[in-house]
Design a protein around this ligand. Structure first.
Ligand SMILES: C[S@@+](CC[C@H](N)C(=O)[O-])C[C@H]1O[C@@H](n2cnc3c(N)ncnc32)[C@H](O)[C@@H]1O
Length: 300
């Protein structure tokens, strides 16, 4: 999919309804093949033709409809995958210029430009939930989608890639260490400081808005879970600014963050781990120098 005119950052490029949906956790391929085939046959002729024209890079042992659905399906909502006929035409980049998100109020998938896109430039999204190291990305994309990625991140010089991989490796460690801490309900302060390190790496490696927003989301969650409403409201504002670009004002997460900023105690995550850091929005310090404010913000 290629831009035919300039697309400013934050523009909603498209929003669309799925033609076929399936549970992300289907019982077995045989059942899934039959279910997806029945859904395909129920489509109007025009949609059937558009669906059949989509790329297929999967085995067809369980039917062509399932193979096409697996090549083109995107996760959405709570635990579903859907085929969206237009979005399915968008290629992958590990540093994409667009972002896809499920918009619950519209019941549609939206795609937003996250950078200014020039006429003639390809529009790209990421097919991955995070950005692992070069070889992990290459192997995953080759195995699942059958292509060799040559995006900006994957075509760096060998020496530059080594530095990038070092940071990405550390990011993976930070995220898995934090998952462990969440599982055992331990060390919110260590989690917070690990995320601060992660955010610095994202900025250093220019990993883009999607990774930045994902880390901010974790920060907001940790603060809310420990009842630190003052800091959560500051980070919610930072994350919301990114989500407006990625998902629009009516985006599901954008709307949730507005709630966190205005009525943090109503959020279901408020205090669910502890009340150890209980604070009030009125406690956000005013008039501090940047360094002192950052120090307060990160509980440094
Ligand atoms: C969901 S489809 C994307 C749209 C597809 N290119 C089309 O024309 O319909 C996924 C397939 O597109 C191709 N593709 C996606 N991103 C690519 C990339 N960065 N480089 C090469 N091929 C890519 C691969 O063949 C992949 O299996």
């Amino acid at each position: 999919m290629v831009a035919t005119h300039p697309i400013p950052r934050g523009t909603r490029i498209l929003s669309e309804t799925a033609v076929i949906t399936m549970s992300a956790t289907f019982p077995d391929f045989d059942t899934a093949g039959k279910v997806v085939d029945a859904k395909f046959r129920a489509l109007p002729d025009e949609q059937q033709s558009l669906f059949l024209a989509l790329h297929n890079c999967q085995h067809t042992d369980h039917g062509l409809a399932l193979a096409i659905a697996r090549t083109n399906g995107l996760p959405f909502g709570d635990n579903e995958h859907g085929v969206f006929l237009e979005t399915a035409r968008i290629n992958h980049s590990c540093l994409p210029n667009a972002h896809h998100a499920w918009n619950a109020s519209l019941g549609q998938l939206t795609v937003h430009a996250v950078e200014d896109i020039k006429p003639g430039e390809e529009i790209t999204i990421t097919y991955m939930a995070n950005t692992p190291t070069f070889s992990m990305r290459q192997n995953h994309l080759k195995d699942t989608f059958g292509f060799t990625c040559t995006c900006k991140l994957c075509s760096m010089s060998r020496s530059r890639r080594k530095i990038s991989d070092h940071s990405l490796d550390r990011m993976l460690d930070i995220e898995s260490e934090n998952e462990e801490r969440v599982r055992w309900g331990r060390s919110p302060l260590a989690m917070l400081h690990a995320l601060r390190e992660g955010l610095r790496l994202v900025e250093k490696e220019e990993l883009g808005i999607t990774t930045l927003a994902r880390l901010y989301r974790d920060v907001v969650d940790i603060l809310l879970a420990n009842a630190d409403v003052a800091r959560a409201s500051v980070f919610a504002k930072k994350e919301r600014a990114l989500r407006v670009v990625m998902e629009g004002e009516d985006g599901t997460r954008t709307t949730e963050l507005k709630g966190v900023m205005e009525r943090p105690r109503d959020n279901m995550r408020f205090g669910y781990r502890s009340w150890d850091w209980l604070s009030d929005v009125s406690e956000v310090p005013k008039g501090l120098e940047e360094e002192a404010f950052e120090s307060w913000l990160w509980r440094a």
